[in-house]
Design a protein around this ligand. Structure first.
Ligand code: ADP
Ligand code: 5GP
Length: 204
């Protein structure tokens, strides 16, 4: 189990729900919130940078990290593996900053075991039809890929009950404000603020 001063936020969503749109804006706007950089065995896509989007590693290195208990959680999706590096996460949390992890639902359940006070956030699309329309308008996938993503989306949606917060991403601005509010409310929670309050109290 990881003991840490920073907060851990996990965000999951079926592909196309708007997770990247919301999460990227959030880490740009909220101070001291770091976007997690996972390790993966998949190849970089055009424009992706090692150490920024992911740490791109080969299977041997991934195997070695699994053996050395180097992951807080990891999963295999269609033959590619993704994992949250333990040393990376502990390093950031030790600085007192918060971390936002973008991980799929299975990994999120495992992360909950390692970090029970992680705040788990799920982004809901307005409907199945709206999700499909967003995938089409994004223009990144073939018809077949969209069909597979929609099947997978149903499986991911069924796990919404295991999350602490559900953000309906219909009107983008409202969804964003809710997301930001969750971060700020968690930071203001009494159990988090007790050391600060005690320090102030000592001055009286
Ligand atoms: P994800 O990261 O969850 O796969 P993206 O952030 O890439 O999803 O969003 C999928 C598509 O939907 C993008 O084209 C994005 O601009 C669009 N989108 C995101 N949020 C909304 C919203 N609230 N209303 C309409 N379109 C949206
Ligand atoms: P992509 O290959 O499109 O970047 O990511 C595919 C999926 O892997 C996304 O759903 C993303 O949330 C998930 N993912 C990325 N990094 C991790 C990780 O470290 N652990 C887990 N469990 N999932 C991850």
């Amino acid at each position: 189990m990881i003991h840490h001063p920073g907060n851990v936020f996990v965000v999951s969503a079926p592909s196309g729900a708007g997770k990247s749109t919301l999460a990227q804006r959030l880490v740009r706007s909220v101070p001291d919130l770091i976007f997690s950089i996972s390790f993966t065995t998949r190849k970089p896509r055009p424009g992706e940078v090692d150490g920024q989007d992911y740490f791109f590693i080969d299977d041997e290195r991934f195997d070695a990290m699994v053996r050395e208990n180097g992951f807080v959680e990891w999963v295999e999706v269609y033959g590619r593996r993704y994992g949250t590096g333990r040393a990376w996460l502990e390093g950031v949390l030790a600085t007192g900053r918060d971390v936002l992890l973008d991980i799929e639902t299975t990994g999120a359940q495992n992360l909950r075991q390692a970090i029970p006070d992680a705040r788990m956030i799920f982004i809901l699309p307005p409907s199945a039809a709206a999700l499909e329309a967003r995938l089409r308008s994004r223009g990144k996938d073939t018809d077949e890929q969209i069909r597979i993503r929609m099947q997978h989306a149903r499986h991911e949606m069924e796990l919404y009950r295991t999350y602490d917060y559900l953000i309906l991403n219909d009107a983008l601005e409202l969804a964003y404000r809710q997301f930001e509010s969750i971060i700020h409310a968690t930071r203001a929670a009494r159990e988090r603020m007790t050391p600060v309050a005690d320090r102030i109290l000592e001055g009286f």
